[in-house]
Structure formats: structure tokens, C-alpha cells
Design a protein around this ligand. Structure first.
Ligand code: ADP
Ligand code: MG
Length: 262
């Protein structure tokens, strides 16, 4: 896995899986917080009209003027829509429900797949990590996320049908790679909601590791109630409950992703 930056250009990582509820947003928020804790400057770009990464980072829809809708549809500078969070070094480019319209409004637009890529370009030097929280679909918004990234991080929930639909995601990644962004690669698989008490979680993890080899992070994210409670307090788990198992797991993941110590 590639080493972290702290200088130079941001590592742009799209967090994608067209299945909903697999831990994309939770990973964007908490991996982001973990990396920020390590001293990296991190931007979470919320591309989901549900805006869960935005609210999960404590940003209220009424407190800002510009969102990712304005960036994608009105060519507002991304820089102008970035909000600081309560975590030092951690920033968010917020999304609101109007982004749902962009999925259709983008269709007739010139260079519709490259809107985010172009918007990110001027700020690549300002961050070490840019984590793009993609919506649960493979539509134009997700294509914008993939076209703008160098890496794809795929969260996989340790449940039945974990691998279902992954072929489709990988085909889309290859299409974007062939047509829009030759640098793109699936770099990282994160096993989420791991329940060590069940045989099933172990079996799914084993299957995913056979399939994806060393792209799969050694550190798995446990299923814990505290992780699911944190968003309603507008805090990453690392702030909400800093010594919890979930906080420790996301810190370890941040260290692993940034190429740091074991
Ligand atoms: P996605 O963005 O892929 O739709 P989310 O990150 O929103 O998925 O997670 C879906 C739901 O599962 C949310 O309610 C979230 O709080 C919960 N969740 C995510 N990860 C965990 C975990 N490790 N343990 C417990 N609940 C989790
Ligand atoms: Mg989400």
C-alpha cells in the first residue's frame, strides 16, 4: 500500500460500493478522523444526497451556503464550499438533498463525468487525503467520484451476499479506468461490521481475502453499537468514544492505510 503524503499532492480515494448500508459513510468519516489525528490534512467530499457524512461530522445544513451541488452543477469553486469540523485537520465538502437532482441534471452536460475531477484539481496541494463518500449507486455521481480518484476503497460488510454486486462495481471501475482515468485502481478493501462471535463473519472475511489478497486491510472494523450512535452526535467515533473498540479499529485502519506502523 502506498505511503501517506503530508507534502505534495493529496491521495484521492473514492469510497464506493453500490450497496447501501455497508459502511461507506462510516468509513469516510472515521477513517478521515483517524488520518486527521495522525496529523494529515483530510477533506471528506460528501457525494451522497443523503448528506450523512456531512451531518455525521457535525455540519448542519443551515450553517453553510454552498454544497457539492453548487460545485458539480454551477461550477462553484470547491474551495468555497469546504467547512471545518470539530476535529483539527478534518474538513468536509457538504452535500444536501438537492444533489439527488444532479444525477439527472448532469446527463446533458458537457464533460459530465469529469466535473469533480476538475473541481478537485486546484485544491490537491492543500490536503494529504481527499476521501470521496459515494452514493449507493453506480450512476453519474459515483462515476464523477471514480473519475476524480486515484484509488478506490471498497467497504465490504461481513454478512450474507457480501460479494454480490462486487463484479458490477469492478466492471465500472475498469470502464472508468479505460475511458476517463487510467490511473484508477482498487487499492483497498475494508471489512466492516465484523462480528467476531459469528462463524459467518469469519467465513466472509476468509472469502474476501482469497479473492482480493493483500488489498484487504489486516485491521477489520468490528460491529459495535457505539459506532452506530456517534453520527447522531455529529462526531466521529474517535471523538465520541475515544477508547472504544470502534475508535481503536478506525485509528489502526488509518495507520494501515497511510502506510504507517503495524
Ligand atoms: P453506507 O454509507 O454504505 O450506506 P453507513 O456507513 O451509512 O453505510 O452504515 C449503515 C448503517 O450501519 C449506519 O446506521 C451506521 O451507523 C451503521 N454502521 C456502520 N458501521 C458500523 C459498525 N462497524 N458497527 C455498527 N454499526 C455500523
Ligand atoms: Mg453512505
Amino acid at each position: 500500500r502506498k505511503a501517506g503524503t503530508k507534502t505534495g499532492e493529496a491521495r484521492v480515494i473514492a469510497i464506493a460500493n453500490q450497496k447501501g448500508g455497508v459502511g461507506k459513510t462510516t468509513t469516510a468519516v472515521n477513517l478521515g478522523a483517524g488520518l486527521a489525528e495522525l496529523g494529515y490534512r483530510v477533506l471528506v467530499v460528501d457525494l451522497d444526497p443523503q448528506g450523512n457524512a456531512t451531518t455525521g461530522l457535525g455540519i448542519d445544513g443551515r450553517s453553510y451556503e454552498l454544497s457539492m451541488y453548487d460545485v458539480l452543477m454551477r461550477e462553484a469553486p470547491l474551495e468555497d464550499c469546504i467547512e471545518p469540523t470539530s476535529v483539527r485537520n478534518l474538513f468536509v465538502a457538504p452535500a444536501t438533498i438537492d444533489l439527488a437532482g444532479a444525477e439527472i441534471e448532469l446527463v446533458p452536460i458537457f464533460s459530465r463525468e469529469l466535473r469533480l475531477r476538475r473541481a478537485l484539481h486546484p485544491i490537491l496541494g492543500d490536503f494529504d487525503y481527499i476521501l470521496i463518500d459515494c452514493p449507493p449507486s453506480l450512476g453519474l455521481i459515483t462515476v464523477n467520484g471514480l473519475a476524480a480518484a486515484k484509488e478506490v476503497l471498497v467497504p465490504i460488510q461481513c454478512e450474507y451476499y457480501a460479494l454480490e454486486g462486487l463484479g458490477q462495481l469492478l466492471r465500472n471501475v475498469h470502464l472508468v479506468q479505460a475511458n476517463l482515468n487510467s490511473e484508477l485502481e482498487v487499492s483497498t478493501i475494508v471489512l466492516t461490521m465484523y462480528d467476531a462471535r459469528t462463524k459467518l463473519a469469519e467465513q466472509v472475511a476468509e472469502e474476501v481475502r482469497q479473492h482480493f489478497g493483500d488489498k484487504v486491510c489486516r485491521h477489520v472494523i468490528p460491529r459495535t453499537v457505539r459506532i452506530s450512535e456517534a453520527p447522531s452526535f455529529g462526531q466521529p467515533i474517535t471523538v465520541f468514544d475515544p477508547t472504544s473498540r470502534g475508535a481503536i479499529a478506525y485509528r489502526e485502519l488509518a495507520r494501515e492505510v497511510s502506510g504507517g506502523a503495524a
